[in-house]
Design a protein around this ligand. Structure first.
Ligand code: MF3
Ligand code: CO
Length: 255
């Protein structure tokens, strides 16, 4: 595969496979969203996720990745990312982040969404809206002629403009045959980081993680689940986006 400054550039055929991988991933997220209702255990979502993967004849990308035990990351309220599906029951007013990826014909998909359980507070709604808007603003910058730092800056501006905090411990990433490829895609500007001009054929998983009270996270004893240090609510939205000659294409959409 061709490379630009260490970043794999995908050709049309490879993008077509990634489009299908991510379309399947997005359909699975749609199914998960439909299943959200007060009173269910988060393990129920893992079961749906596994069943969907079987039905679509894809392999869950996360399971076994650096020892991660599940197909799904399911993070509730103060959990930011990498939450384990468990016997935890979701209640009306909770927010749940689903993050999942599949492997299809050798390429990996990756996408995430946060959804409310039943009726949620205005605060929770605003957090989800701002996080989604920060992703949309980032995607608008993901095109030739822009630098990677423009993507990072767009997220940071929207999030901090709303008075929220960008989680710094985790970043977005290039994606392709491997889930994590170069470049890292931070959700904040890192002074002194060398600029990377965006090129057609790059595929980026852009994934703002936003918390109401602090950017700091702790990792629970399971070694994975990241929670906000102040236990404030967090949201996570992620799309896998291909840079094209004329702009970009969001791959992780179901229709
Ligand atoms: N979207 C996450 C990421 O890009 C999912 C990885 S979870 C893992 O890092 F378990 F697979 F590591
Ligand atoms: Co990702």
């Amino acid at each position: 595969m061709k490379k630009y400054r260490g970043v794999f550039l995908k050709n049309e055929n490879e993008i077509a496979i990634m489009r299908e991988a991510n379309r399947i991933g997005a359909m699975i997220l749609d199914e998960l969203e439909k299943a959200v209702t007060p009173g269910v255990k988060t393990m129920f979502f893992e079961e749906i996720c596994q069943e969907c993967c079987r039905r679509h004849a894809v392999r869950p990308a996360f399971q076994g990745y650096q020892g991660y035990p599940f197909a799904l990351c399911c993070s509730v309220n103060e959990e930011v990312v990498h939450g384990f599906p468990s016997d935890r029951v979701v209640a009306e007013g909770d927010i749940v982040s689903f993050d999942m990826g599949v492997v299809f014909e050798g390429f990996v998909s990756d996408s995430a969404r946060t959804v409310g359980v039943g009726k949620v507070s205005d605060t929770a709604k605003k957090l989800m809206r701002v996080t989604k808007e920060s992703l949309d603003a980032a995607i608008a910058q993901a095109r030739p002629g822009k630098m990677l730092s423009d993507v990072s800056r767009a997220v940071q501006k929207v999030v901090e403009g709303a008075g929220y905090h960008v989680v710094r411990r985790f970043v977005g990433h290039g994606i392709g045959r491997n889930m994590h490829e170069k470049p890292e895609v931070p959700n904040f500007v890192i002074p002194g980081l060398p600029e990377l001009p965006l090129q057609p054929g790059m595929v980026l998983a852009i994934e703002p993680m936003v918390a109401i009270g602090t950017h700091e996270v702790d990792i629970l004893a399971d070694g994975w689940t990241a929670v906000t240090r102040d236990n404030s609510l967090a949201a996570h939205f992620e799309h896998s986006v291909a840079i094209t000659a004329s702009g970009n294409e969001i791959l992780s959409r179901s229709s």
